[in-house]
Design a protein around this ligand. Structure first.
Ligand code: SF4
Ligand code: SF4
Ligand code: FES
Length: 507
């Protein structure tokens, strides 16, 4: 059907709202209660527009387009209505703006500057007071005075998580958002409420007052918290990651789970190893690699075991597989059995690792023992040294009921007592790398911050160790690793591995 918006003709599918049609033309109509991933509530009235010939203004979010309609989004009537709506919403709004952590991404502040700019006719002393700084859940703080009752938060809990913890209490200017009796806002996706709240009513307990948002730099990346591999934006400044936010990408909802958002906490945690912790004491990362190489160099190939991991990238696992081949040991494992799938109907995956499909591709080419066989090898007494990711080596040694000296790569602050050497490794926040998610989609993590000095990604560490052992694997640069991935893994031969934009899915 055809209609005109601000005099320009457009064509839309029947059922499209005026707001949707305008947005498709690049005309931004203000909105508070409307959210593309929630049902339409039509309660805030900020999206009022004029239809030529109609007696009253209509809400653009809830009014469908009609054939021949002529919509005006910036007429004098519309601008007056927006001012009135803003004046109404601000009657009882507290004068918190200078200290409110939503500043910089607050719909009230932004629209007031664009459409309001009125002088308040209501004395500050007459404002209705409500609860402030309420602890409503593990990750959220609620300030009822700042709420404009758009009900996005209530609809999110009803429609997305279906946990229904929130409700609107009372009537008129006494209305406020509250927890239902006996509830806490502790569902697995609660932090999305801080994102969708258009004002500073719901804020993240973890992020608030840490950094003004206009100082943050943003890097497009992916979450490595599970096999779903959600698109994220890493918000950082001065080499510190402050928060992870959802990034729009086709095929993914606009949410992140709370667990995934907290994956950045292992970075810069007080115990995160920036030095190599070896039997000889704390060494610089490069000296730690020399220590690991010297231990490996004293052993026969079959006395060395190498452990790949679905928690490490394609590049890291490829380099470990190449290292095993260069050393000549058959004792390596690139296997991980899992049954991935979205477990809650939203995002969270039954598989907690970001790259089990990537590891399976490398396993198919390089072979190696299954986890069970590897455990038997560790228990056999032949193996004298294990190299791998801390958490997996620990679990494998525990399963094999043995305690073989090992050099482990550590991305986190998890302690690794009893290891011969803990080698710090650059995480996916600190180095560009690739994962393949449960659906076979290539996921690109981008370095947002720098790793501590001398700390390398595992693939580069494996390359250095191989060179020190006199068995070079020639993976000095990321370009070399990507070339090797393409050459060795048939499924990746056509993949645009170094191209930022192209999408790729495994057949
Ligand atoms: S708390 Fe935020 S999201 Fe919830 S109704 Fe109020 S303004 Fe809307
Ligand atoms: S669902 Fe998985 S990938 Fe998505 S945010 Fe949560 S942990 Fe990260
Ligand atoms: S955005 Fe249309 S009524 Fe709120």
């Amino acid at each position: 059907m055809k209609l005109k918006i601000d005099g320009k003709e457009t064509q839309v599918q029947p059922g499209t709202s005026i707001l949707g049609a305008a947005q498709a033309m690049g005309v931004l109509i203000p909105r508070y209660c409307y959210h593309p991933s929630l049902s339409v509530a039509g309660n805030c009235r900020i999206c009022l527009v004029e239809i030529e010939g109609a007696p009253k203004l209509v809400t653009a979010c809830s009014t469908p387009c009609a054939e021949g309609m002529s919509v005006l989004t910036t007429s004098e009537k519309v601008r007056a209505a927006r001012r009135d709506v803003l004046e109404f919403l601000l009657i009882n709004h507290p004068l918190d703006c200078p200290i409110c952590d939503q500043a910089g991404e607050c719909g009230l502040q932004d629209y007031y500057m664009e459409h309001g700019l009125h002088k308040s006719r209501f004395p500050q002393a007459d404002k209705v007071r409500r609860h402030k700084r309420r602890d409503v859940g593990k990750y959220l703080v609620l300030d009822n005075e700042r709420c404009i009752l758009c009900t996005r938060c209530v609809r999110f809990c009803e429609e997305v998580t279906k946990t229904g913890e929130l409700c609107v209490r009372e009537r008129g200017d006494r209305s406020y958002i509250d927890l239902k009796p006996g509830s806490r806002l502790d569902n697995d996706y609660s932090l999305n409420i801080a994102d969708i709240c258009p004002v500073g009513a719901f804020t993240s307990a973890d992020f608030r007052f840490k950094k003004r948002v206009w100082f943050l730099e943003r890097t497009a990346s992916v979450c490595a918290g599970c096999a779903t591999g959600c698109p994220i934006e890493v918000h950082h400044r001065d080499n510190i990651v402050y928060r992870l936010m959802p990034r729009p990408e086709e095929g993914f909802p606009a949410w992140l789970c709370d667990e995934g958002r907290m994956t950045c906490k292992s970075l810069r945690a007080p115990g995160r190893p920036a030095a190599a912790f070896c039997e000889e004491g704390n060494l610089k990362p490069a000296a730690g690699l020399r220590f690991a190489a010297s231990r490996l160099g004293k052993l026969k190939p079959e006395q060395v075991a190498i452990f790949g991991s679905p928690f490490m990238s394609l590049e890291d696992n490829l380099a470990l597989a190449e290292l095993a081949a260069a050393i000549g040991t058959k004792n390596f494992c690139l296997h991980f059995s899992t049954e991935p799938g979205i477990k809650d109907g939203i995002l969270k995956n039954t598989d907690h690792s970001p790259n089990s499909r990537g590891l399976a591709l490398i396993h198919a080419v390089y072979g190696g023992y299954t986890r069970e066989q590897f455990s038997e090898r560790l228990a056999s007494g032949e193996v004298r040294f294990v190299l791998g990711r801390n958490e997996e080596v620990k679990a494998a040694l525990a399963a094999a009921k043995t305690d073989i000296p090992s050099s482990v790569f550590s991305f986190s602050d998890e302690p690794a007592p009893g290891r011969a050497c803990v080698l710090p490794a650059a995480s996916h926040f600190e180095s560009d790398c690739l994962f393949i998610n449960y659906a076979g989609r290539l996921r690109r993590a981008r370095a947002a911050v720098k790793a501590p000095e001398g700390v390398l990604p595992v693939w580069q560490a494996a390359d250095r160790i191989a060179s020190m052992l006199g068995a070079p694997i020639r993976l000095e640069t990321r370009a070399a690793v990507l070339e090797r991935l393409k050459a060795k893994i048939p499924e990746l031969a056509a993949a645009p591995l170094s191209d930022d934009k192209a999408e790729f899915e495994l057949k």
